[in-house]
Ligand binder design. Structure first.
Ligand SMILES: NC(=O)c1ccc[n+]([C@@H]2O[C@H](COP(=O)([O-])OP(=O)(O)OC[C@H]3O[C@@H](n4cnc5c(N)ncnc54)[C@H](OP(=O)(O)O)[C@@H]3O)[C@@H](O)[C@H]2O)c1
Ligand SMILES: *[C@@H]1O[C@H](CO)[C@@H](O)[C@H](O)[C@H]1NC(C)=O
Length: 317
């Protein structure tokens, strides 16, 4: 019996050490307050978008919850107001899988809100299929929607500078690849619906996030707008809700070895708030630290081409 408790105690200690060193990660160190500032967080009704929104609301920001579901968005609105103690939180409907919805969100936003200081492109999805515009689902929701949203909000961000765009990417971008032929034939970053195909296409969409940030920073030189991409960590959220088997198999690991949503929002908050990051515009972060990326994630020619294809697909050129 005593041995049992001894072994259990040792295991708990080992787990605590592993958790602290390998899982938890650094926290955003900035104490910046955001009274009078306005931020948009996409996909903020759950997961790390929600914890990001709560943190920003606690700092005094006016927080726009840009979510696709009115029901889920309004439920989150009540929770976020309660948890942050702020009444400066607003829900505005935005479906990133619809270019029409992106345009109408921006129209409403620009009409009703005078400022924009921070745009946090957080929403993301792991799901096969097509958007209403006929784009691959993950390509459309994870890249094209946020691309158009950002472009349409740039003038307002420039007026309110210093301001920032934060793009939540993923370490999965390391496995990504941009197949321009597939883009032109299928308006997607890959075909196939097996688990492996879905993971590949997701990784490709996250590579788009990193390349978009790289190109955006170049185009923003000389303005007071900077931009950053990041990996938030492996976090226990709803992200894999559409990949059922995967979610079930991962559950035991994710409960023990993944970050909580509060821990998972720290690198986003770091990129949004940390003073003095401006010289690092365009770079990629994880664990609240700037990281080097592989050549393919900062390839000038590919980044420019992704930008141009994206403009065409959005009807901007
Ligand atoms: N969790 C991880 O381990 C992990 C790792 C690396 C990167 N990330 C990235 O972190 C970001 C946040 O993910 P999460 O883990 O917090 O996932 P989550 O819990 O599934 O939250 C994703 C959010 O995105 C929203 N969303 C999905 N499709 C949308 C659309 N068409 N229009 C507008 N919003 C949409 C979701 O809204 P609904 O609730 O209505 O679906 C939800 O609010 C994603 O970009 C993801 O790729 C996560
Ligand atoms: C994050 O960085 C801290 C400090 O540099 C380090 O101690 C920790 O192990 C890192 N955590 C992860 C999850 O990378």
């Amino acid at each position: 019996m005593e041995t049992f408790f001894l072994v259990a105690a040792v295991l708990v200690c080992v787990y605590a050490v592993i958790y602290t060193v390998c899982v938890k990660g650094k926290s955003c160190q900035s104490n910046v307050k955001l009274y009078g500032r306005t931020v948009i967080v996409t996909g903020s009704n759950t997961g790390i978008g929600k914890t990001t929104a709560i943190d920003l609301a606690k700092r005094g920001a006016r927080v726009i919850l840009a979510c696709r579901s009115k029901q889920r968005g309004e439920a989150a609105l009540a929770e976020i107001k309660k948890e942050s103690g702020s009444d400066q939180v607003v829900f505005m409907q935005l479906d990133l899988g619809s270019l029409k919805s992106v345009r109408s969100f921006v129209e409403t936003f620009l009409k009703t809100e005078p400022r924009l200081d921070l745009l946090i492109n957080n929403a993301g999805i792991v799901m096969e299929g097509k958007t209403e515009d006929g784009l691959g689902m993950m390509f459309g929701v994870n890249h094209i929607g946020p691309f158009l949203l950002t472009i349409l909000l740039l003038d307002r961000l420039k007026e309110c500078g210093p301001s920032r765009v934060v793009n939540v990417a993923s370490t999965a971008h390391n496995a990504g690849h941009i197949d321009f032929n597939c883009l032109s034939t299928h308006k997607d970053l890959g075909v196939g619906s097996s688990f492996l195909d879905v993971m590949k296409i997701y990784s490709n969409s996250k590579l788009c996030n990193v390349l978009f940030t790289h190109e955006l920073a170049k185009r923003l030189k000389g303005t007071k707008v900077t931009c950053y991409s990041l990996h938030p960590g492996a976090i226990n959220t709803e992200l894999t809700r559409n990949a059922k088997m995967f979610a079930i198999l991962m559950k035991p690991f994710s409960l023990l070895l993944f970050k909580t949503p509060v821990q998972g929002s720290q690198t986003t908050l770091h990129c949004a708030l940390q003073e003095g990051l401006e010289p690092l515009s365009g770079r990629y972060f994880s664990n609240c630290t700037v990281r080097d990326v592989y050549a393919k994630a900062k390839d000038d020619a590919v980044a420019r081409k992704v930008w141009e294809v994206s403009e065409t697909l959005c009807g901007l050129s």
